[in-house]
Design a binder for this molecule. Structure first.
Ligand code: GTR
Length: 357
């Protein structure tokens, strides 16, 4: 490369060639950044003369374990679209679905050291890095989705979004992740006794392990993408998740018994790497914050529609859906009560959540 550059310089037209040299050097520096996983420039959009270097788009990456047409991924794309539009194309966000950048735990780690810029994640694996978040996913904490969003959209919710700075992350907004339910390949579940002895996959989360244990089953933490074959080969008997995930992963093909016990609502968060945010201007930071809020509104609407469609789709595909009576559900609620004892020092926040109306 050095040879080409010096011969260019020797051929006259010095100003132009020098500008080319500086843009080549800049491209080199930026692509080193790309290798290190930092913000990367978009493809060359012209010569240095007609395209001042500050006009080059910054390309950022966003991870999600869900597939292309899942509500969260559609909302992530909305986020990217708004950011690109509001920055006049200066910032482009590439959304990588289906765990292409790694499983949830691994991608969360990468967000912390700035190798991935954004992630949409369940807070269950996130809480392994920031235990404070666990109070937001305690079993049977919220009456329903409206109650959950009253909490998340309050100052208390904001304090959790802003409480990740020590983990080198910045929370941007809250998505809906519905209520989680048990499903398995073996039998219908109507009570915690029915769960006894079943091997149930959980997210990589201590609280989720405790929860499943308190209900009598045996928890197996495992990455989301491995669950289908683990059920199919009998390594585990089942898992627990919301309706849209149960469908989109096709877990229903290998675990047809789905019980609407709604043992927990685990909020989902869009977050950014602090390293990425710190590199942007205050104006761009504000655009990103606002776009993430708008994307969350979009996701919540899409989620609601998706959940409505899910039951019919699951039944049509041969799932056996078990609805519990209030009394049957109470047996689940009673069994998990002991978990709250571990959070005695967070009693005030729990009370505040329970009293949010
Ligand atoms: C889904 C959630 C994912 C992932 C997954 C899992 O409901 O949206 O982010 O956490 O559950 O169980 O691993």
């Amino acid at each position: 490369m050095q040879q080409t550059l010096s011969s260019n310089l020797n051929k006259g037209g010095k100003t132009v060639k020098l500008k080319k040299l500086s843009s080549l050097l800049l491209a080199g520096v930026l692509s080193i950044g790309a290798l290190a996983g930092c913000a990367t420039p978009a493809k060359d959009q012209g010569t240095a003369q007609d395209q001042p270097k500050e006009q080059k788009a910054i390309v950022l990456r966003m991870a999600d374990v869900h597939s292309e047409d899942y509500p969260t991924v559609r909302a992530n794309k909305k986020f990217a679209e708004i950011v690109e539009q509001e920055t006049n194309g200066r910032i482009k966000i590439e959304v990588y679905p289906s765990g292409q950048l790694g499983d949830e735990k691994a991608t969360l780690e990468q967000v912390q050291f700035g190798a991935i810029d954004f992630i949409r994640t369940s807070i269950a694996p996130l809480a392994e890095f920031n235990k404070d978040l666990e109070v937001l996913m305690l079993p049977y904490l919220y009456d329903d989705r409206d109650h959950m969003f009253k909490v998340l959209d309050s100052e208390l919710g904001d304090s959790f979004l802003n409480g990740l700075k020590d983990n080198n992350m910045v929370g941007l907004s809250w998505y809906d992740g519905g209520a989680r339910n048990f499903y398995n390949s073996k039998k219908e579940i109507r009570s915690p006794q029915d769960l006894k002895g079943l091997k149930i996959r959980v997210q990589e989360s201590k609280l989720m392990m405790d929860l499943v244990k308190s209900l009598g089953a045996s928890p197996t933490p495992m990455a989301f993408g491995e669950v289908y074959s683990a059920i199919q080969t009998g390594v585990i008997d089942g898992a627990e998740n919301n309706y849209p995930s149960y469908l989109s992963t096709s877990h229903l093909e290998v675990a047809k018994y789905y019980t609407l016990d709604e043992h927990t609502r685990v909020p989902e968060m869009v977050l950014a790497s602090k390293a990425t945010i710190d590199k942007l201007s205050a104006e761009d930071q504000a655009i990103i914050m606002e776009a993430a809020k708008q994307a969350a509104e979009f996701e919540r609407d899409e989620w609601f529609k998706e959940e409505q469609k899910s039951e019919a789709a699951a039944i049509e595909k041969g799932s056996i859906i078990t609805k519990l009576t209030a009394e049957e559900k109470k047996a689940f609620q009673d069994a998990v009560k002991s978990i709250y004892d571990q959070y005695a020092d967070r009693k005030d926040i729990i009370e505040q959540i329970l009293n949010t109306k």
